[in-house]
Design a protein around this ligand. Structure first.
Ligand SMILES: [Zn+2]
Length: 418
């Protein structure tokens, strides 16, 4: 038996500091006393359930030059995450039950953050033929998504929704209409016109969000709309929710903190799909969090090599690595700036994503999994990408002075990060 005590823990909703006891892989309780094998002094820092990210690109198998399970799950733990859902756009694509089994076995051996793999919705992400959802679910896949590539064929998505609804699986969509998006590399608007760069209009997102919500309403499938970037996209989701559509919405740290003006530097570090939008969109996304129109904050952690990101804007791949800055970034920019309460922000990292998936709400109650993170809400320090666990050691927030850094993460009662 292993028994750990986390002393001087600040717990949400408690006035005085507490000693939290972990027994093996579970929470045992507070202020119990007795013998322990390990002690961690939280020294008045916040102790809260570990975060859940429903949108992480870990790049293994096949793209280990960008990231692998070891670096990605270490980055997750360093960012306060105890569980991540890995995306299926690897090489080979995760469209076969054996690949799901392999990922789970490898993650288990690493013993870092927990891995809950997503599987591809279509074979090879080609958008033509559905994968075997039942077999993928039996192997441990928790979500179906072609994320990275929009599902262009509406009929295929309809059949996917019908199949997923039968199995109780979540479909995650990458909602951008390809024929409207074309080869846009940034938000279409006054900034793209000024810079002379090909634009990707908000309407590409809105049109596909509309279709995806309509199919959720039609089929009863749980459809999670990933990385909603625009006011129009969120307004549609809000409207469909009011009709009873079983849709949920994710927003990302970058769409909440960066605008299309950043592309003025012509630096592909800001290139992401869907693109960074206008200040008005950012304000709308923030307001939607405050009004609880959004269900979860997912990172869309999408690491690439420096060499790929050093290509010109037209050639460079889309994606930002952000597992290790997501919480302090949003604590500083949303909570300290008065947009959201700390409790509300934590919801979008904990019970929000759990609810999207139909998982139990993360908790520090006796008997709950001992997955928790210890957060220093007081000290400010700059983002230092060179110290990232992720292989992508560069960041759009390089040098930003932030508060709210996770200092230790425990998974299954064992310290795994920070
Ligand atoms: Zn993604």
């Amino acid at each position: 038996m292993s028994r750990t005590i986390i002393t001087n823990a600040r717990l949400i909703g408690e006035q005085s500091l507490a000693d939290l006891y972990l027994k093996d892989s579970l929470i045992e309780g507070v202020n119990l006393g007795g013998e322990v094998s390990h002690t961690f002094d939280a020294a008045g820092k916040l102790v809260t359930p570990a975060f859940i990210d429903l949108h992480t690109h870990l790049r293994e198998p096949g793209q280990e030059v960008k990231e692998d399970l070891a670096s990605g799950l270490a980055a997750a733990a360093a960012g306060g995450y105890g569980t991540v859902v890995s995306m299926a756009n690897t090489d080979p694509v995760i469209d076969d039950p054996g690949l799901v089994t392999d990922l789970l076995a490898k993650a288990e051996r690493l013993g870092l953050a927990r891995l809950r793999p997503a599987a591809a919705l279509s074979r090879g992400l080609k958008g033509a033929q559905l994968t075997d959802f039942a077999a993928l679910q039996a192997a441990g896949a928790v979500m179906l998504t072609d994320d990275g590539i929009p599902v262009a064929d509406g009929h295929l998505l309809r059949r996917a929704c019908e199949y997923a609804a039968e199995l109780g699986l979540v479909i995650q969509t990458h909602s951008e209409e390809p024929s409207l998006r074309q080869d846009g590399v940034m938000n279409e608007g006054t900034v793209s016109q000024r810079l002379g760069l090909p634009g990707n209009p908000v309407q590409a997102e809105a049109v596909m969000v509309y279709r995806d919500c309509e199919l959720a309403l039609m089929t009863g499938a749980r459809v999670h709309i990933a990385h909603v970037s625009s006011r129009r996209g969120l307004q549609l989701i809000e409207w469909f929710k009011a009709q009873g559509a079983p849709v949920t919405a994710e927003v990302t740290p970058h769409h909440l903190t960066l605008t299309d003006e950043t592309l003025g530097a012509f630096d592909p570090i800001y290139k992401v799909a869907p693109p960074l939008r206008t200040a008005e969109d950012v304000a709308y996304l923030r307001g939607a969090l405050a009004r609880a129109v959004v269900d979860s904050i997912g990172t869309d952690h999408a690491p690439h090599t420096r060499a790929e990101k050093d290509l010109d804007l037209l050639q460079a791949p889309s994606g930002i690595a952000n597992l290790e800055v997501a919480f302090p970034l949003l604590y500083t920019k949303l909570v300290l700036d008065g947009v959201l309460t700390l409790t509300d922000l934590l919801h979008y990292f904990q019970s929000g994503p759990a609810k999207v998936m139909g998982w139990p709400a993360p908790s520090l109650a006796p008997g709950a999994p001992a997955d928790l993170t210890v957060i220093d809400l007081e000290s400010a320090r700059p983002v230092t990408p060179s110290a990232f666990q992720s292989k992508a050691k560069f960041s759009p927030w390089d040098g930003w002075q932030l508060q709210g850094w996770p200092v230790a993460t425990f998974v299954r009662g064992r310290r795994v990060g920070s």
